[in-house]
Every structure is written in structure tokens, then in C-alpha cells.
Design a protein around this ligand. Structure first.
Ligand SMILES: NC(=O)c1ccc[n+]([C@@H]2O[C@H](COP(=O)([O-])OP(=O)(O)OC[C@H]3O[C@@H](n4cnc5c(N)ncnc54)[C@H](OP(=O)(O)O)[C@@H]3O)[C@@H](O)[C@H]2O)c1
Length: 315
């Protein structure tokens, strides 16, 4: 298939790109500058230069695509975001995706695949959530799903079929896992926010990419899928697993307000919210079979990939 991918230079997008290219899809990847375009090319994609907020000339490259994947983000994971700033970014994101919808209209495009985050379902406590939950974004989903209904309406009005993907927290050798967890544990700055007995639904980056490949195989238009492993884990347990694998002690807890003051309200809300999500629909309807069904082996493998070897862990 011919695929147009936004966010192709990002943590999630680059991994989707590599996976799709590896099974023979032709992937055009949007990049904002020439250095990043080179990363798309090295990964086997065809770079297209452009800014989603400026709807030309990249939009012409969308026209002959069979599938369009939106995997951009209106913020960087290292940014300290207030709830107010998250609202502003949500507007920017709706504009970015709106321009993509416009470019995909009256073209060959069979479906637009939209990438969200399981925190778009809101704080669920101990209850299991699935694709049928209402959208009520918290934390990192505020900037991407804050204008969910505007995006949904724009696609519907354009007559563009969509498939919505809700990945869990994606761990791999980058993004929040590297910045906040691994580097934070090394520097002694990582903290468990609040009591830590809230659920995180996770997915290894390779399993997420495989999930996108299955979606392209089946093309389940009009559907939503949660791509998560089978074993949601509490925040405090997860930090304990990573710290243990690194040969470090589990860090202290920090009060929500103090954490929000230093790291921003959006991250504080994201880390302390509880979202325990089922992958049953992806397993049954896509044939999704995560290699890492729980995060323990996945974390060990990612740390190894990051060069934190078993022999060095205890050092
Ligand atoms: N990381 C996770 O754990 C995780 C978990 C679940 C869901 N997701 C979802 O996955 C998606 C991507 O997240 P990510 O972690 O991969 O983010 P990321 O690493 O920050 O990547 C964001 C991508 O969007 C691009 N972008 C931003 N503004 C743009 C613009 N105006 N025009 C064109 N491209 C633009 C960036 O380009 P530049 O590189 O040039 O800035 C980059 O390629 C988001 O929807 C996020 O909610 C992520």
C-alpha cells in the first residue's frame, strides 16, 4: 500500500515507518527539516518536507496515498505544560489534523488512521476500560485528544473513513521512558507521584508498530483499537521494575502538587491517573499478539538496547 505518515520523525512514527517498510509498504514520511528528512530516508521511507500548520506543498503528496496515518504530536515530551497551555496545543493539533483531513479529501485515500493515547479515556481507577469508553482526556491526552470531537466532525464532514488507535504508554529507547524514567533514575530525580497505586497500561514500541501493521492488513474502517500489553501495572510497581533492572533502589514518593509545580500539571496528571485497559478487541479482531505481554522482559530488553547491560547494572 501507499502510506502517508505524519510524525514520521517522532518516537512512535519512526517505528511505524520502519515496520511498514519492512513488510513492503511504500511510506512517505512528513519531516519538518532536511536533517529529519534524512532520518526518514535512512529508515526506508520517502521524505516529504512540510509543516502540518502550513497546508502546502506537502498536501499534494497525500493525494495518491491509499492510507494516511496521523502520528504527530503538538508538544514534546520534555516540555513542562500547564493545563492552560495543553488547551492551546489541542487547538494546534486539531488544526494540524484538520489540514491533513483536507489534504486527504477527494483523493484515493481509503482511511485516515488517527493516533491517540489511552489516557484519552480519562481516569478509570481500578476499572477495566476498553474501546467503548467515553472520551475524557487527562494528562498527555489533553493536547492530542482535547479537540477529539472537532477532529471527528471534520473527518465525518469530509466523508473520510477513520480508524482510531489508542496506544498505551509506549516504552522503548526514547521518549518519556528514557527522559523521565531511565535518565531520572540515573540522576536520582525520578519520583513516584502520589501513592503510586494507579494503573498504567503499557506497550513495547515494537509491539505497537506490529499493531499498526495489522491494522493496515485488515483495514477495519470505522473502528477503534486499544494497543496495550495484557498486564497493566501500577505506577509504583513499574518504577520498581525499572529501578530493579538498573540495579537501583526504588525512588521516593512525591506529593502531586509539588510534582506539578516543578514538572507541570499535564505530566503530574498523566502519571497519577489510573487507566487499566483491555487489549481483547485487538487480539480478537486484529490477531494482535504482543511479544511482550507484560513489561518485565520488555523493560529488560529495552535497557539492554540502551546500553545498560546486566553487568553494568549493579555498578
Ligand atoms: N510516546 C508515547 O508513549 C505515546 C503513547 C501513546 C500514544 N502516543 C501518541 O503517538 C503520537 C506521537 O507521539 P510521539 O511520542 O511519537 O511524539 P514525538 O516523538 O514528539 O513526535 C512528534 C512528531 O510530530 C511532528 N510534528 C510536530 N509538529 C508538527 C508540525 N507542525 N508539522 C509536522 N510535523 C509535526 C514532530 O516533528 P519534529 O520532529 O520536526 O518536531 C515529530 O515527528 C501522539 O499522538 C501521541 O499521543 C505516544
Amino acid at each position: 500500500m501507499k502510506v502517508f505518515l505524519t510524525g514520521a520523525t517522532g518516537f512512535v512514527g519512526l517505528s511505524i515507518l520502519k515496520e511498514l517498510v519492512s513488510v513492503g509498504h511504500t511510506v512517505k514520511g512528513l519531516a519538518q527539516d532536511t536533517a529529519k528528512a534524512e532520518a526518514v530516508r535512512s529508515a526506508g521511507g520517502i521524505p516529504v518536507l512540510g509543516d502540518l500548520l502550513v497546508p502546502a506543498p506537502w498536501s499534494e503528496s497525500v493525494k495518491d496515498s491509499d492510507v494516511v496515518i496521523s502520528a504527530s504530536s503538538p508538544f514534546h515530551i520534555t516540555e513542562r505544560l500547564s493545563l492552560h497551555e495543553a488547551e492551546r496545543r489541542a487547538e494546534a493539533h486539531a488544526e494540524m489534523v484538520g489540514n491533513l483531513i483536507h489534504a486527504s479529501t477527494n483523493a484515493h485515500v481509503q482511511a485516515l488512521i488517527l493516533t491517540y493515547h489511552v489516557t484519552a479515556f480519562g481516569n478509570q481507577g481500578d476499572h477495566w476500560a476498553s474501546e467503548v469508553r467515553m472520551i475524557d482526556p487527562v494528562g498527555l491526552s489533553r493536547p492530542t485528544a482535547g479537540k477529539y470531537w472537532d477532529i471527528e466532525r471534520a473527518a465525518r464532514r469530509a466523508g473520510l473513513p477513520t480508524i482510531e488507535v489508542f496506544p498505551g504508554w509506549v516504552y522503548g529507547p526514547g521518549s518519556w521512558f528514557k527522559h523521565y524514567v531511565v535518565d531520572g533514575l540515573k540522576a536520582g530525580t525520578a519520583r513516584i507521584v502520589g501513592a503510586g497505586n494507579n494503573y498504567k497500561s503499557l506497550i513495547h514500541i515494537d509491539d505497537l508498530a506490529a499493531g499498526f501493521r495489522l491494522i493496515l492488513d485488515k483495514m477495519p474502517v470505522g473502528e477503534r483499537f486499544c494497543l496495550v500489553d495484557s498486564t497493566p501495572i501500577m505506577q509504583n510497581e513499574f518504577i520498581k521494575v525499572v529501578a530493579g533492572e538498573m540495579g537501583l533502589t526504588t525512588p521516593d514518593h512525591i506529593d502531586y502538587t509539588r510534582f506539578a509545580d516543578t514538572m507541570g500539571e499535564v505530566l503530574a496528571e498523566a502519571l497519577s491517573s489510573s487507566v487499566r485497559v483491555s487489549n481483547a478487541k485487538a487480539i480478537n479482531e486484529l490477531g494482535f499478539k504482543p511479544k511482550y505481554d507484560n513489561c518485565r522482559q520488555g523493560v529488560a530488553d529495552v535497557l539492554q538496547e540502551m546500553g545498560i547491560r546486566i553487568s553494568e547494572k549493579a555498578a
